[in-house]
Design a protein around this ligand. Structure first.
Ligand code: SAM
Ligand code: SF4
Ligand code: SF4
Length: 350
């Protein structure tokens, strides 16, 4: 069976299903203000969390209908013991040609080599500031030095494709854009500035904290001179740009310029709920049928028909609310979040 071939499925807007974000845990060792500012959360019940074998089985069903990329995320994915074992299990399926990891980097130094040896293709490290004190204020943890150790370990382990994801927040790190580009250059990495999104609820989002793509470009061109967009086709979330000296960087403008029209990704939570969109209010339960021993054909058909009926364009719909002044605070109110932990970004993987 060839991916993208006769078994591939498209949704109601003609978008194929290519990429799967697999959240391996909802827990995290940081408390980033834009993601998990509360001290404590209602965690997913332990017995509901999928085993690595269950995750790999599900990923195989997704590959049956066209998925070839899997990104491991969370929560903090490296909190899941022996994550390299999951990488190995996934790579047994030859149709999965790209396995990537998004991590905050705190636990990376200890695991980079085993992840590389297991065959992990690429790593993205979230890095919002280069100032230890700011990091502590942002994350409520004093772990900046360990993140730097994690970054150092990547090249030593053998990885060549490193990216840094930076949530660009007005009044917080807008004075570090240049420093982050220079830092990334030092590690032969590429930094991608993500516009602050209003996913979830307890994320302290407000429109005036969003540093827009336009502001980022204006700021950087003042420093570096003319910036050239790189024309790329496809479904990449990041728009890439070149500085005059050829250094590249990306912007993920989800808030001001959503890219839902090209979106080919969906996400599975650590307890096996399948969300068709980052902003979706509910997901389909794949854990129950999987654990009840549903046949591969039935599982595949659930995924195929779920995707075929998809019409989600969450970020575009949020943007449309701006016209009526209704895009004020977070997406979901705090009481509802307490009732359903899946609604937060850390449960569905960013
Ligand atoms: N813990 C890992 C990490 O931080 O890389 C993986 C999970 S985290 C939810 C995935 C990504 O979502 C991170 O790069 C994070 O910066 C991003 N993210 C979380 N909340 C966000 C928000 N409100 N707006 C934009 N990006 C956000
Ligand atoms: Fe920060 Fe990632 Fe943890 Fe969210 S899941 S609090 S972005 S480290
Ligand atoms: Fe895809 Fe939903 Fe994000 Fe739009 S908001 S790009 S449809 S996940």
């Amino acid at each position: 069976m060839v991916n993208g071939g006769h078994n591939a499925v498209t949704d109601l807007h003609g978008r194929p299903l290519r990429s799967l974000r697999l959240s391996v845990t909802d827990r995290c060792n940081l408390r980033c203000r834009y993601c998990m500012p509360e001290t404590d959360y209602v965690w997913l019940p332990r017995e509901d969390i999928l085993s690595f074998e269950e995750m790999a089985t599900l990923a195989g069903y997704f590959a049956d209908v066209g998925v070839d990329k899997v990104r491991l995320t969370g929560g903090e994915p490296l909190l899941r013991r022996d994550l390299s074992r999951l990488v190995r299990l996934l790579l047994r399926d030859r149709r999965l040609t790209e396995i990537a990891l998004t991590t905050n980097g705190v636990l990376l130094a200890d695991q980079a080599q085993e992840l590389y040896d297991a065959g992990l293709h690429r790593v993205t490290i979230s890095l919002d500031t280069l100032r230890p004190e700011r990091f502590r204020r942002l994350t409520a943890r004093d772990e900046f030095a360990r993140v730097i150790e994690g970054i150092e370990s990547i090249g030593k382990a053998g990885f060549t494709d490193l990216k840094f994801d930076t949530v660009a927040i007005r009044g917080f790190n807008d004075d570090e854009l240049v420093a982050l580009i220079e830092f990334a250059r030092h590690y032969q990495a590429e930094v991608r500035f993500i516009e602050y999104m209003d996913v979830g609820g307890a994320n302290e989002w407000a429109m005036d904290k969003v540093l827009s793509r336009a502001s980022i470009l204006e700021h950087l061109s003042r420093q570096y001179g003319a910036i050239t967009p790189v024309s790329e086709r496809g479904s990449a979330t990041a728009q890439r740009f070149l500085l005059p000296d050829g250094t590249s960087f990306g912007i993920i403008p989800s808030t001001t310029t959503p890219f839902c029209a090209q979106c080919d990704r969906s996400r599975v939570t650590a307890d096996g709920l399948w969300y068709l969109c980052l902003y979706a209010a509910s997901g389909a339960d794949l854990r129950k049928p999987l654990r009840m021993g549903e046949s591969p054909e039935r599982m595949r058909e659930m995924i195929r028909s779920g995707w075929a009926a998809r019409q989600d364009r969450g970020a575009e719909e949020r943007k449309a609310l701006e016209k009526t002044g209704l895009r004020a605070g977070g997406l979901i109110d705090i009481e509802r979040l307490r009732e359903d932990p899946h609604l937060e970004m850390h449960a569905r993987g960013g």
